[in-house]
Design a protein around this ligand. Sequence first.
Ligand code: HEM
Length: 421
Amino acid sequence: MRMEGPAGDEHAEPLDTIDLYDPTRYATGAQHRAWHRLRREAPIWPHRTGEGIPFWSVTRYREVAAVLMDDKSFSSAYGTILAVAAGDSAGGRTINLMDQPRHADVRLPTMRLMSTHTSRQRGPQVREHVRRLVAESFDAGGVVDVASLMLHLPMAAVGETIGLPVEYWAELPRWAMAGVAPEDPHYADGTPTATLTKAHHRLIAVFSELIRQRRAQPGDDVISVLLGLDYGGRPMDEREVLLNCYSFAMGAVTTTAQVASHLLLALAERPEIWRTLRAEPDLVPSVVEESLRWASPTNHLLRRTVKPVEIAGTRLEPGELVAAWVASANRDESVFPRPYEFDPRRSPNPHLAFGVGAHRCIGAPPAQVVIGLLLEEMLARLDSFEVAGPVTHLRSNFINGITSLPMDFQPVTARRAAVIA
Ligand code: HEM
């Protein structure tokens, strides 16, 4: 999705015909206009999915945060994305699709593997993976498709933590993206249904084999922890472990890579920020947070009411669907001054890119570490870079993705490289 402000006449589209479900809207940037208008005029607004299932949209920071924080009224167990508004078949069985108390059974033991402390400790190892990934493209210079390159960044961050051996790192990201955007021509392998089925089978086959191995020889990784945890007084069964492995892999791959691609695009389009960053590398942590706000890789998170609740003056009955548009909240002008500007010094930056509340992203620390390391490698190896061809965006109302981003890299001059070494 394009990231610029609500350009054009937002009133050209009557409020009651705004369709936030249509995936093509997100390939053109038209959603910003719609979100801007909804924030101002209709902070809660009724819509329908392509199949006619009704849902409410909340677009302001305040209501988005309120919905996500109140997990007693807004359940995750029915499904959390609009694509499965009819009900997710994994509902109630994976970490992201559970309510209390089962949710804590899975979250607490796995969280330890991805804490801020553990992620920082793993920094040197992750740096090596990031170097291996980018060194060749950055140092040789020339044109590279950044969207494909960055698809491998999540494995550098959490491949080992999840328990995925390196031989799967090359292919798994493509299958994960096909699983989340089977309609996008970039990931299509036949019809959307065929693409989804193939991606699903490949991921399930990999994790089934790894589960078998970890049963015989446990390690210190997500797969082993899932196999050993106390799930309401019993172990998880094979299917439950499998589905949760799937969730962790999807959670990592479909988001982290997109933040990296959006960040490189934002910097290429704003060389003055790249120059500032080179002069002040201490800005890296702040640029990481701004890139998360800027990219907001999950456009929305869906919830279902389990009790009567009032939101933005509208009373909802139990069983109603609410899409909390995180990416709109991250452009809410009442919280973020000049929200359509990429501000490398933005502070405070209370973005909701990782969600908030009981389900806040468990992989936030490793994601922040790997994006920071990527920036450090860029500073060490690149003089400049520019967009070198058409940029294409993912057709998805869920993931704000880039499918193609040709970029021309100019490596640091030999003299500067010698100083850095
Ligand atoms: C920049 C990168 C990332 C972004 C923007 C992101 C975004 C999110 C968001 C918005 C949620 C909340 C979902 C909800 O409330 O329904 C979430 C949950 C989750 N994320 Fe991430 N994620 C990122 C990286 C990762 C990584 C590296 C992992 C590693 C495995 C991961 C695994 C998960 C899991 C397992 C959950 C479910 C947590 C729960 O339900 O308790 N994510 N993520």
